[in-house]
Design a protein around this ligand. Structure first.
Ligand SMILES: [Zn+2]
Length: 406
């Protein structure tokens, strides 16, 4: 099949006027170029003509918790991150497995509506894994692991999940591990996850340096989060010295290659550590959730200067109003007016693809990539394309996943 549109936006290269993408029977892109060239090279192949639209790769949400999709507007902004944790934990205790499965299904529908073809979903309930239907979009399921109460149970759970992962290799997407955060997961758990991930070739993600509370707990050994976890019986000997980021990196818990969610509270010392540690650093910024919690400004330019690749995510609807990545780009643009729309579009396409080690496979129109495509109505000029996409406020009317039109 050939998909033709007024414009095609490969992302890595300039927009094409009267562009086309050829898709083979395996669901892969076989050619990208001006329609006349693609059509001439594929005689007799049926053409889907999208008319006045811009064709681009499907979007990638690099941080999402579908479990909490039904908690939209359930929690008002709290005085502190720790109070929000207390509130969500209380709400979670009232939810059943069926509630979570319904939340996940609902979340997928919303993601799809807004052009997301790949999501990195952090799954907090491993007991749901056997009941999950095959996901409707490409999904990386990151098993959320916490060992603040019991270490042995976590190891059993991980073993069970790994055997589940092996049986479901046919699902679109893959599996990864998510030791939750340095305040809920031990250095030992981080290291077990890193070993498993390296053995099975899985990506890793964690929450890091998210809130002022986390910073107060690790750096100064004080505050609401410090007291909350001390009372739960967490060993607090890693607190009162350095930031959570510095502590986690220097204890061998995290490093280059990880998808590090948030990184809102990085100090000069943390930036020096990034500069001194070569490798591909990845940070996932969640603009809507960032605004909900009133975190301090995200250090976009400083991270970029440090060579960190930035991707965007929505986080969950317990701290955000939608699962729409266009809104996330608009919020990021508002907070960082210096950012070009071209840069913003990379944060939901090629940047997260690189973090997932799927460069060339996802997030771009290029031969050999999966044919995950979306199209948006657009009848403007070539130089208005990036701006029009970033400022899109309507659901995405056309989507292709793995070569199939949805
Ligand atoms: Zn999160």
């Amino acid at each position: 099949m050939i998909v033709r549109a007024k414009f095609a936006l490969p992302i890595r290269t300039a927009p094409l006027e009267n562009g086309a993408v050829a898709v083979d029977d395996a669901g892969l892109i076989s050619a990208v170029g001006p329609f006349a060239e693609v059509a001439a090279a594929h005689p007799g192949v049926p053409v889907v003509d999208l008319g006045d639209q811009v064709l681009l790769p499907g979007l990638i949400n690099a941080h999402c918790h579908l479990d909490y999709t039904t908690l939209r507007d359930a929690i008002n902004p709290q005085k502190s991150f720790t109070r929000w944790i207390t509130r969500i934990n209380a709400l979670k205790r009232q939810m059943t497995d069926d509630d979570y499965l319904a939340a996940i299904a609902h979340g997928f529908r919303e993601l799809q509506q807004w052009g997301t073809t790949t999501v990195l979903n952090l799954e907090a309930f491993p007991e749901l894994l056997p009941r999950l239907p095959a996901p409707p979009i490409r999904t990386w399921w990151f098993l959320e692991l916490i060992d603040i109460r019991s270490r042995a149970a976590t190891e059993d759970l991980l073993a069970g999940a790994l055997s589940f992962f092996e049986k479901h290799e046919g699902w679109l997407g893959g599996f990864g591990l998510n030791p939750h955060a340095p305040y809920t997961a031990s250095p030992n758990l981080y290291q077990i996850c890193a070993e498993c991930a390296s053995h099975f070739g899985m990506p890793l993600t964690t929450h890091i340096a998210e809130s002022a509370d986390e910073e107060a707990m690790f750096h100064r050994g004080e505050g609401e989060m410090y007291e909350f976890f001390r009372e739960l019986g967490r060993p607090m000997d890693d607190c009162g010295q350095h930031s959570s980021f510095y502590t986690a990196v220097t204890r061998g818990m995290i490093g280059p290659g990880w998808l590090l969610a948030h990184a809102n509270e990085l100090s000069d010392e943390d930036f020096e550590l990034i500069a001194a540690t070569p490798g591909d650093w990845h940070v996932v910024h969640c603009p809507g959730s960032h605004a909900f919690f009133s975190h301090k400004p995200f250090a976009w330019q400083r991270l970029e200067r440090a060579g960190v690749t930035i991707s965007l995510g929505t986080d969950s609807l317990a701290s955000n109003g939608s699962l729409d990545l266009f809104t996330e780009m608009q919020l990021a643009r508002k907070a960082n007016p210096q950012l070009s729309c071209e840069t913003l579009l990379k944060t939901i396409t090629i940047n997260p693809a690189k973090a997932l080690r799927q460069a060339g496979k996802l997030g771009e129109l290029t031969p050999g990539a999966h044919a995950d495509l979306i199209a948006l109505p657009f009848d403007g000029n070539l130089n208005e394309i990036y701006d029009a996409i970033v400022e899109n406020r309507s659901p995405v009317p056309w989507m292709m996943l793995n070569g199939e039109v949805l």
